[in-house]
Design a protein around this ligand. Structure first.
Ligand code: TXA
Ligand code: MG
Length: 339
């Protein structure tokens, strides 16, 4: 298949809408990461997403809308809690899970009785959804297991020959995937941290949002995942990543003691001048949104530069940095060294 990469514009978006209505898969930008879209109502089209990504069949997809009327048929009912969260954070990087409605294709929910929905804020994402005229099921547009794409070039690197069209809307402004909150159980549960924080959601809901165990811990053998996506090794570059937890001085000593061919630092801006190994920077210390924006492309740069081992500075475990830490933990296969 020939893959076209076109800049976002009236004509390319019209083409995207036409392909999506015909049951094709299209790569498109959102504020979080690039997505790989197909109609949420077309099971055969959704199966093509799983094929293009090499995604396990039991991992459900988020449906993307661009207007309240598009919720129709995705959820069984819009609960008061969901309405409150959606009014506070949509359009934006928050996905909400509720019992599924009757129109959504089974393939989107991957056998679960629930459906995840979000309304992205990115104007190009909204234009593509409106051009399609239906909700779009869209996972991140990477090959399953590799870092999520934050530029159209990243999507092309992973999807060339696998999808007919990729729309280029420039680099993503958030850089990590949406916050995922389930409202399908007795209490709200944060399944995946993102740019909308646990604290922000709690302030709007007026109650605690429980942090799913899987956010910071590896699932035990045979344990059932609340969110199937969390059981797979994710976001991993070819390089072995190890998180080094401690202050910069301790980090620098550790890296110096472990330097050698193929060893890289994955550090914050300005620190590379003080490290005895080649470095890739991911944002600035204390500037959590900058870390979120840079992390996935930093993981891709490590591979391009032939890194075999990357010792990573450790982000915080709260606020937006919790999202960064969660992704980095998975990239590192949960390998953390405290210094
Ligand atoms: O920011 C994002 O959410 C991006 C952009 C493209 O919108 N999409 C994205 O999709 O990250 P994906 O498929 O890479 O991640 C979706 C995550 C997976 O971990 C999946 O298991 C979980 O959300 N998920 C989706 N529907 C679910 C459901 N009904 N119950 C539990 N987890 C669900
Ligand atoms: Mg993904």
């Amino acid at each position: 298949m020939n893959t076209q990469l076109l800049p976002a514009g009236e004509e390319s978006i019209r083409l995207a809408g036409r392909l999506l209505r015909q049951g094709q898969v299209v790569g498109f930008p959102t504020e979080t990461v690039y997505g790989l879209a197909a109609s949420s109502f077309d099971g055969a089209a959704v199966r093509k997403i799983f094929q293009a990504k090499g995604r396990p069949q039991d991992n459900p997809l988020i449906s993307h809308i661009a207007g309240w009327e598009m919720l129709d048929g995705l959820w069984a009912e819009v609960t008061p809690q969901a309405r409150r969260l959606a009014q506070a954070f949509w359009p934006g990087p928050l996905s909400i899970i509720l019992p599924r409605g009757g129109r959504i294709a089974d393939e989107v929910c991957a056998g679960l009785p629930t459906a995840s929905v979000r309304w992205p804020s990115d104007p190009v994402a909204q234009a593509v959804i409106r051009a399609a005229g239906v909700p779009l099921a869209a996972p991140s547009a990477n090959r399953s297991g590799s870092p999520s794409p934050t530029t159209a070039q990243d999507v092309l690197d992973d999807m060339d020959g696998r999808v007919p069209l990729i729309i280029d809307g420039g680099p993503c402004t958030v850089g990590v995937e949406s916050t995922v909150i389930s409202l399908a159980g007795e209490v709200p549960v944060l399944l995946r941290p993102g740019y909308i924080t646990k604290e922000q959601a709690e302030a709007v809901l007026g109650c605690e949002v429980v942090l799913s165990d899987a956010v910071l811990h590896k699932l035990k053998e045979g344990e059932r995942a609340a969110s199937p996506g969390m059981k797979y090794k994710h976001y991993a570059p070819n390089a072995r990543v190890v998180i080094i937890k401690g202050n910069f001085a301790a980090y620098r000593s550790y890296v110096a003691a472990h330097s050698g061919p193929g060893v890289f630092g994955l550090c914050f801006a300005g620190e590379e001048a003080y490290l005895p190994v080649p470095c890739v920077v991911y944002g600035a210390e204390g500037d959590e949104p900058s870390q979120a924006r840079a992390l996935f492309s930093a993981l891709r740069r490590l591979d391009e530069r032939g890194a075999q081992v990357a010792y990573a500075r450790c982000p915080h475990e709260s606020g937006v940095a919790l999202a960064v830490y969660n992704r980095l933990l998975r990239a590192a296969g949960f390998q953390v060294v405290t210094v």
